[in-house]
Design a protein around this ligand. Sequence first.
Ligand code: NI
Length: 272
Amino acid sequence: MPPWFPARFRPRYHCTESPLPAETSPKPFRPLLVGFEQPTWDSLEKEIDFHGWPRKIDDTYTRIRTDEKVIAITFDDGPHPENTPRLLDMLKERNIKATFYVVGNMVKYNPQILRRMIEEGHEIGNHTVTHGNLARMSNTGLRQELKGAHEQILEATGVAPRTMRPPGGAITSAQKKLMLREFGYPTVLWSVDPEDWKRPGAAVVTRRLLSGASPGGILLVHDLHKPTVDAMPSTLDQLLAKGYRFVTMTELINMEKPPVEEPSEEEESEDL
Ligand code: NI
């Protein structure tokens, strides 16, 4: 069990095994994480329990409300066999925890990279199997994409993803509600998109991320692309120097402050 794992998600029974299956472990391996072990796609028509989330959550996050200098950096479309391990080295060197929205069709070639992510305290989110346009899919297609990637991640790491990001941000509000209800996934978008996939150059990526960063923000980048990973040492060091603390997506969501309630007009007029 990684020590960073919140106590509420640790197994209730005594467990001496590693939470990560060995390369040679027979399949299916025994699920180990309470709250994560149950596939959630069978919960249609059942009562919403938010699948282990400690409180009610929104169906979409582009950022969270907070005054603290916390930020989540998210890497999409991997794992890439060279760029992702190189990025993991950079994150480890700086003790930064990130969130990876992995694609099933990439996971199948490099599941061991996902195990390394979990071992080093990062979080993995669902970015579908094929990276298609979910907004154009039927509910059956949507479920297949999410369930397929969910199973791949669970099989590779023993830890189920808890959030999802729609490829290209393409998603309908009805689909968001379905995914929260059936999978327990809030849809995670972003507050800063440096359009790194257009390969504007590492310096431009860094500049856009730094100018867009704000407390509670979500940075979107892609570990699939080498120039993006090249931009990371400078980006991460400058954000750390500005006082930002990096947290994973579920940590960020759990840090959100409740909305400030505006006093009603009646109450205001009484004060006058
Ligand atoms: Ni993507």
